[in-house]
Write a protein that binds this ligand. Sequence first.
Ligand SMILES: Cc1cc2nc3c(=O)[nH]c(=O)nc-3n(C[C@H](O)[C@H](O)[C@H](O)COP(=O)(O)OP(=O)(O)OC[C@H]3O[C@@H](n4cnc5c(N)ncnc54)[C@H](O)[C@@H]3O)c2cc1C
Length: 364
Amino acid sequence: MKIAVIGAGIVGASATYHLAKWGHEVTVIDNQERGQATAHAAGIICPWLSKRRNKVWYELAKNSAAFYPELSEELAGVKIESGYKQVGTLALRAREESLISLFDLAIERRKTAPTMGEIKLLNEEEVRERFPLVKPGFGAVFVSGGGRVRGGQIRDALLQGAAQNGITQIFETAKLTAEGALFAGEKEVPYDRLVLSAGAFLPKLMEPLGYKAQVLAQKGQIITMTFDQKTDDWPVILPPATKSIVPFNDGEIMLGATHEKEAEFDLEKTEAGYREIVTELSTFIHLENALKSDMSVGTRPYTPDFAPFIGQVGQEPIFVANGLGASGLTTGPFVGKLLAESATSEKTSMDIARFDPAPYITKF
Ligand SMILES: Cc1cc2nc3c(=O)[nH]c(=O)nc-3n(C[C@H](O)[C@H](O)[C@H](O)COP(=O)(O)OP(=O)(O)OC[C@H]3O[C@@H](n4cnc5c(N)ncnc54)[C@H](O)[C@@H]3O)c2cc1C
């Protein structure tokens, strides 16, 4: 089948990878928006300790986290490095009761999520052995299966994997007409099925087709600090806060991010954003010895009820996945696979009836 994919963030890259692997003729079009969420994500893959009450989301996130090691191994098998690493996660807490209740939750959740691996309660000293910059006063629940990945690296790995099976990549803005014709720049792109993975930019893309897509844009600012430390194997830190601490190799630690709904597509780095992140996270770790500090800004796609959607648009040959919000790097590769399965009428790896796009994609 001829399949055109619009948008090559994490969702589109994964859909492209799977479609190409299954032998379809894939054209992927991406206009390299500066605010692409995937390129700016912090890269935490640890959904199991979330207190979000949405069970449908949790099932998706759990399956998605389990998919990462499998995908990473599959890519390694064709000599592509995904960058995904299970360095473990430290969920910091100051109070004994909070630690114990989180530990109990982790043990309960592991019954259906073996990817979580080993779960341990750590005291202050044990925490600082694993992450020397943590300030005194915090114990942690350690989850060995927690992972981290750079959004840009896993995106490129998937596109590289897709290219091994032959794809056409076009770096242009895709436009749809009222009749459903697809143009990349001036050139018409024929298709049997259309896959839309345009992130926060979906409403603009679908408007000429006569559809209103209820996808909103949220600005996220994130800081990368460099320390004179060997951080390669340091775990991710989830503090009791809205922000997180994600170490990568060679002393780099990502700190973030802000959640600015009103700012939507704005890509300005702000002093207020910087202060918000540093003030919140310096409660938990020492940041004063950073050698270097950079900021970047991305645009998260989310829906009014924060739920993702995946599947066919009515009876049209159009398939869409979106609204992944703050956990889209976690769910993105698996959602991309589900999207590819639904677009090719394959049996989906999980039931996606609960993610029906209908409430979010309506006719004008
Ligand atoms: C600062 C920040 C930190 C984050 N941290 C985490 C984290 O730690 N863990 C986690 O799980 N998630 C995290 N996220 C969320 C995650 O990054 C997003 O949910 C996810 O990347 C969304 O992927 P997407 O493919 O739907 O959209 P995007 O990555 O935005 O990709 C959409 C693509 O479509 C292209 N496009 C749009 N319209 C067109 C068109 N008309 N023609 C051609 N191309 C088009 C754009 O150029 C873009 O490349 C974070 C996000 C941000 C911003």
